[in-house]
Structure formats: C-alpha cells, structure tokens
Write a protein that binds this ligand. Structure first.
Ligand SMILES: Cc1cc2nc3c(=O)[nH]c(=O)nc-3n(C[C@H](O)[C@H](O)[C@H](O)COP(=O)(O)OP(=O)(O)OC[C@H]3O[C@@H](n4cnc5c(N)ncnc54)[C@H](O)[C@@H]3O)c2cc1C
Length: 374
C-alpha cells in the first residue's frame, strides 16, 4: 500500500497516547497530516501497559462483525510488524486454553467448533502432546483436551507505543507528554477549534481524536457529548523470573499467564478481578494470582512479585468499540475500545483513512459513535 500525501494537511490533536492513540497518530503522520500527540502521563503507560495483552479473536464470538474486526486486528498486527519491524513488541506464539471443569470444557470445545465454522484456525491436542511439543515446563493432565490457536499472539504494548511514537515523530508529529487536556473549545459552527492543556498552552487544531482510554468519557464530556462507559476494573501482576518457563499466553484453569520478556511474566484472572470492588487490598490480589500461577507452573516457585496494578478497561456501555466521527461535533472523532491491544493497529488504520478521506469503512458499521447519541 503506497503512502499518500494529503493535499491540505490538517492539524490533528490525538488525546491519549496508549496503543489506540499511537496507532491513529502513526497512520496519520505518515500520510502527511500534522499530528500533535498529547498525554497526561507518558506514552504507553496507561492501560496498555497493564493489560493481559493477548492478540486474539477466539474470545470475541459475541457478534460476528466484532469477531471479523478482531480477525482484521490480527492481520493488521502482522502487517505492522512487517512495516516497523517486530523486535521487542510482537510475539506471534499462538495461544493455549484448557479447563479442569467438565461444563467449562464443553463450552470451550463448543466455541472452538463455532470458530472452526467461521474459518478460524484451531488445533486440539492432548495435555501430554502440548507438554511434549509446546510447553515443556507446564504440567497438565495427559488426557485433557487443550486448544491451540496458532494465529494468536501477545504484544508488549508499551514498547509498541514507543516505536510508533518514535516513527510518528520522525514523520513530523509533535509529542506533548505530561500535559492533560483540560478543555476543548468549538467555533461558531460547532466544530472543534482549540485544545487547552493543563500547562496553560492553547493548541489550534482542525481535528481532535479522543483516544483517552478510561478517560474517554471525560474528554467527550468537554464537548457536551455523553459517551457511556462501563466500570470494569482488572488486576494485573508482573512477576520477575528467569528463565521464563512459559512460551505463550495460556488460559489455564482459574488463571491467565503470559511471558512479558526475558525475565518477566504477567498474571491475570477474571476470578480475581471480581474481588476488586469488595475492598480487597490489590497487593493481596497479586499474591492470590501468584499462588494460582505457581499451582499451574511449579517452575515459578522461586519467582517474585514485581508489581500489581488495578486498571480500568476502556469499555463503551454496550461492550463494543466506539470508533469514528461524531457528526454532531464536526472535527471530533473517537477511538475507544476494550480489546484495544488486538484492535489498535486496525482501528488506527481505518480511523486515519476516515479522517483523511472521509471514507467510512463498512467494517466499523456496527461500532459507530452515533449509536450513543440520544
Ligand atoms: C486487566 C485487563 C486485561 C486486558 N486484556 C486484554 C487482552 O488480553 N487483549 C486485548 O486486546 N485487550 C486487553 N485489555 C484491553 C486493552 O488493554 C485496552 O483496550 C487498551 O490498552 C486501551 O488502549 P488505549 O490506548 O485506549 O488506553 P490507554 O493505554 O489507557 O491510553 C490512554 C491514554 O490517555 C491518556 N489520557 C487520559 N485522559 C487524558 C487527558 N485528559 N489528557 C491527556 N491524556 C489523557 C492516559 O494518560 C493514557 O496514556 C485488557 C485490559 C485490562 C484492564
């Protein structure tokens, strides 16, 4: 795909530099737009750094169009790795899932059947085969069926954001980190005009992209728009260990485990997430995750907890992404989504094309911001 220069470059403020903002900004700047990347903190250190970060479509069967978007997300990651290079962020390792509970196991196999019907690659192994061929340090019952999704992956989100920001800067993008957006002003015709930062600076812009993750509802509110979002916190624990005894993301019974580099791993569990709002100390939740992980992978017995953090998933109220122009506020666009690690590159590409050409891609038809307009 060739790089097109726009005839009349537009000045775009991208608010939030997690995976979504970085992907939108990178796509825009390499096509000639004048981009200002704004983050209240440091790029890539929001939810993007505190995510299970599993690139998948196997967990996205709620709606076929959402599954299709996630399949496009996997392809967009592969394409991006080809363009910017895969090193230090892209790990196309495949993903394993198994269960110790017969009812849950039946459900997992039923989902695998549906995915196969939809043309998604899944292989079924015995636990013994998995240990022999894929995960030598993960004991599992020899006869339990284990699903292997070979096209799935994990991503080091913070490093990917760093790479995209560096490349966007090389194409002329400006980065303003440590500056929160305090206000967005509109002109007489209602279109966005000025972004006001916490450091007192006023930026005159033609376009604003709201990629503020869990802060997206607040940014929308600055323009009088109501973007309803769910409150769904998750707890992530990083552990230090060397060598790392797991080679890919695992959905084991009760716990999700993935590598996070050469000396680090990430742990997560929906069961632990359910305890966050009971007032349980996050450090205690981290210890629970560590204990569950050590039960699945005994090699982790000497590993240590490095850090635990509770992060809010950026989820619009109906559970699906909100991506595209908001026609009632000319110049204002949203890029807000859960599964943003999987979807960042595809949303970045589609939204940049929409901003530059006005073309609304059919793939986003079910995920338009207008559905929240009352
Ligand atoms: C526990 C957990 C597990 C997850 N697992 C997965 C998974 O396995 N696979 C997957 O695909 N997705 C997963 N997700 C979801 C995924 O991590 C997110 O969808 C994605 O990281 C969102 O990226 P973002 O760029 O929208 O948000 P962020 O990374 O949070 O970036 C938003 C940025 O906006 C900035 N910001 C906010 N307000 C302002 C303001 N007023 N002014 C300036 N800047 C502002 C913040 O500082 C932040 O850097 C998970 C999420 C959680 C919490």
């Amino acid at each position: 795909m060739g790089i097109r220069s726009v005839q009349h470059p537009q000045r775009v403020a991208v608010i939030g530099v997690g995976i979504l903002g970085a992907a939108v900004g990178w796509n825009l700047s390499r096509q000639g737009a004048e981009v200002i990347l704004i983050d209240a903190g440091r790029p890539g250190e929001g939810v993007t750094d505190w995510s299970f970060s599993w690139v998948n479509a196997s967990n996205k069967t709620a709606r076929k169009s959402y599954f299709d978007l996630n399949v496009a997300g996997l392809a967009a990651h592969r394409e991006l790795a080809g363009i910017i290079g895969p090193d230090s962020w892209w790990y196309p390792s495949g993903h394993l899932r198994w269960s110790d509970d017969p009812a849950a196991q039946a459900k997992v196999l039923e989902t695998a059947g549906l995915l196969t019907d939809w043309g998604y690659r899944v292989e079924v192994y015995s636990g013994a085969e998995v240990r022999r061929r894929l995960e030598p340090d993960v004991p599992m019952p020899g006869d339990v069926p284990v699903l292997f999704y070979p096209d799935e992956a994990w991503v080091h989100g913070r490093r990917l954001v760093g790479r995209l920001v560096d490349q966007a800067a090389a194409s002329g993008a400006e980065l303003r980190s440590g500056s929160a957006v305090r206000d967005i002003r509109t002109g007489g015709d209602g279109s966005v005009r000025t972004v006001v930062l916490s450091d007192g600076n006023h930026l005159d812009v033609d376009i604003v992209v709201n990629a503020a993750g869990p802060g997206a509802s607040h940014i929308a509110g600055l323009l009088g728009r109501h973007l309803p979002m769910r409150r769904e916190p998750g707890v992530i624990t990083r552990i230090d260990c060397a060598p790392v005894p797991v080679r890919r993301p695992l959905h084991a019974p009760h716990i999700e485990i993935r590598p996070d580099g050469d000396t680090s791993m990430v742990l997560h569990s929906r069961e632990t997430d359910a305890l966050i709002d009971t007032g349980e100390d996050p450090a205690q939740l981290g210890r629970q995750l560590h204990e569950m992980a050590r039960r699945v992978v005994p090699e982790l017995s000497s590993s240590r907890i490095a850090r635990t953090r509770v992060a809010l998933r950026p989820i619009p109220a109906d559970g699906f992404p909100s991506v595209g122009a908001v026609p009632s506020v000319p110049g204002y666009y949203e890029a807000v989504s859960h599964s943003g690690i999987t979807l960042g590159p595809v949303i970045g590409r589609l939204l940049a094309a929409e901003i530059l050409s006005g073309r609304r891609d059919e793939m986003l038809a079910d995920f338009r911001p207008e559905r929240f307009t009352t």
